[in-house]
Design a protein around this ligand. Sequence first.
Ligand code: XMP
Length: 520
Amino acid sequence: MAATRQSGFDDPFYQPADQFFPANNKLGLTFDDITLATLYSEILPRDTQLDTQLAEGLHLNIPVISSDMDTVTESRMAIAMAANGGLGLIHYNMPERQQLSEVSRVKNHVHGLIQEPITVAPDQLIGDVLKMIEERKFAFGTFPVVDDKGKLVGLLSGHVVKPRYAKRKVADALTPRAQVHTIRQKELGKDPIAKADKFFTEHLGIHKLLVVDDQDKLRGLFTMSDIERIAQERNAQFKPARDAHFHLVCGAAVSATRNAFGELDRERILTHVGGLVERGVDVVAVSTAHGFSKGVGDTVKVLRDAFPKLPIIAGNVTSAAGVEYLADCGANAVKIGQGPGSICTTRIVAGVGIPQMTALYVSSRAAAKKKVAVLADGGITKSGDIIKALTLSQAVICGGIFAGCNEAPGDVIEIGGKLYKQYRGMGSLAAMKAGSAARYGQPVNPTQKVAAEGIEALKEACGSVDRVLAQLIGGIQSGMGYLGAANLAQLREKARYIRVSPAGMREAAPHDVVELKTGN
Ligand code: XMP
């Protein structure tokens, strides 16, 4: 038993949170200021469970959320996060209508179903199709054929998309509608992948299944190779985060919008959130830099009254009093973090904010009392930071770690042979001009003087969210193995901390060697 593997010699050095943080109450501590002591373990990293409950009805399979920032989370990022078991918060630096459609895209996304397949028209020439494949660098050559109203006319098979047929019309080469395998959209049911999988098993040699609506308009396309890949993924340890109807989960940020008289614009907030709820949003985040404020509290109250069951995240705060206030207003989860973010200048500009581990400790104690979840927001640069944050929180929110991913909004920029993506603070001048000024309590009119609390930056392009998350999750599981924690509750319970000296910090990173990279 683990209890018999403890030694009293450790106790004065490696202390649990309720001893360690009060003993260090004169100093604000962040991730690199502390390290976690290892414990006797019978837990293998790969057997650890990472699921987390943020509110009733909001369960994630990994405790990682992508930030509601305009260079981090739109529908593509939110789909990738949820597909990996996490959550994306769609930012609000866009017209409300657009945010609604971003949420719809996530909620209607069927993993494995290509919802807007590339189509061709019957009167096109095969030569035109070849040109399109060449220009748009498609790796496939089979296309549904639709008329000008979107109705399915047939399927153009890759076997006939050849230069020798270049002068022939698509209409002469297509497999006619009657011979094309289709399924009605409404027959897809709760588990469309299982439906498609069964279809491909029963129909020898057929690799495409088209989805149509009652008017025979094309609504999507399944390919056998996608379905096979997903069937393999189903055995993966971390399943997609889904709602009760099997749709991916999705969050959206909202602001404490004010009217021309500076009063909370209740009607507009309710209409906006009503629209999000109609689209199936799983959680809204009332996101501001100063969550311990009347505007944010009142917004949460208005939403709680109107939508009693809707999970609400609110923030940001860094004090127990802030957590208690937002919990009393009706929030289910509170974002902790003021100024730790990689693009933040709040601490420099406004002189406020608390280093993240101290802020998390203080907040987590109030949160436990109020039965709300704590979300550690900002400042995370490596998986070791995540494991430290998770000793005091239910999930982490990351911006910079995901901003270089393919799924983040924005184009890749090449500079000196290296690839980058833009990443900016929501309090940077550029982002505030695009709409986020209210989040920082700054004038919304761009001609007025504003004080930026964030910078514009670049992140090195880092590939897919799948890849980045795989590395982070590997690190989290490894940390849990070292602490003998089978799940996140055990991690919170077992963690013991010690301060690290500057020399200890240097010792923690590779040192006195020239690093080689031969494994990439
Ligand atoms: P990371 O470290 O993951 O931080 O890049 C992302 C978090 O930073 C917050 N955020 C800001 N904070 N000024 C700030 O002081 C800003 O301009 C700004 N923009 C984002 C936000 O909480 C985000 O999740």
